[in-house]
Ligand binder design. Structure first.
Ligand code: CA
Length: 224
């Protein structure tokens, strides 16, 4: 199905991840430190990365940053502490999802499946336009004034979800369900959505004001 790179220094966890991913039909490439992970990423060009935060040589944050400089491949981070979660959700990183250790393999597999499903190329050939912004659904690319905008796959999905609402307001819960594909606690709903909206606005530059906050509801995208 997909080629998945797992970067994890805990051998028993790595083994469990490999077993479960291969059982789902995926091809699995592994590395046990950040530098080896980066080498494997460049060599193998995986469809998705499962990445531990605390790693020898180069940690998960460093890995994430290096990968994001050149690729939009989805990254799911495995994290141990709350402060790591804050950094993952933070503005500078670009991970697509995370699970907190200890996690159930079943939960992780469900998220991997959801992400792969979303990033699979769409059969539709179409482009959504709003002002100088174009979202090319076939090439999986956003452009402003014809110039490609760097978006993580989550930011892309968020933008797509707002654009497909065609000017209608979406609640944070609706956005979370569409973009993240699973349910979280209410506190996470607000925090995750708002942080990603903030970041999306930064990415959209001149078109940022099209992402409108609808008080007590959520967000909408100004189409004209
Ligand atoms: Ca570790």
């Amino acid at each position: 199905m997909a080629k998945i790179l797992v970067v994890e220094d805990e051998k028993s966890l790595l083994k469990g991840l490999r077993f479960n991913l291969e059982r789902e039909g995926h091809r699995v490439v592994t590395a046990t430190d950040g530098q080896a992970g980066l080498d494997a990423f460049n060599r193998e060009k995986p469809d998705l990365v499962i990445l531990d935060v605390m790693l020898p040589k180069l940690d998960g944050f460093g890995f994430c940053k290096a990968v994001r400089a050149k690729s939009q491949a989805p990254i799911v981070m495995l994290t141990a502490r709350g402060e790591e979660v804050d950094r993952i959700l933070g503005l500078e990183l670009g991970a697509d999802d995370y699970v907190t250790k200890p996690f159930s393999l079943r939960e992780l597999m469900a998220r991997v499946k959801a992400i792969l499903k979303r990033s699979a190329p769409s059969a539709k050939t179409s482009t959504i336009r709003a002002g100088g912004l174009e979202l090319d659904l076939e090439r999986y690319e956003a452009r402003i004034g014809g110039k490609a905008v760097h978006l993580s796959s989550k930011e892309y999905e968020l933008l797509r979800c707002l654009l497909e609402a065609d000017g209608r307001a979406l609640t944070r819960e609706q956005i979370l369900e569409k973009v993240w594909g699973y349910e979280k606690g209410l506190e996470m709903v607000t925090r995750t959505t708002d942080q990603h909206i903030l970041r999306l606005r930064e990415r959209l530059g001149a078109e940022a004001s099209r992402v409108v906050t609808v008080k007590n509801v959520g967000y909408r995208f100004k189409m004209d």
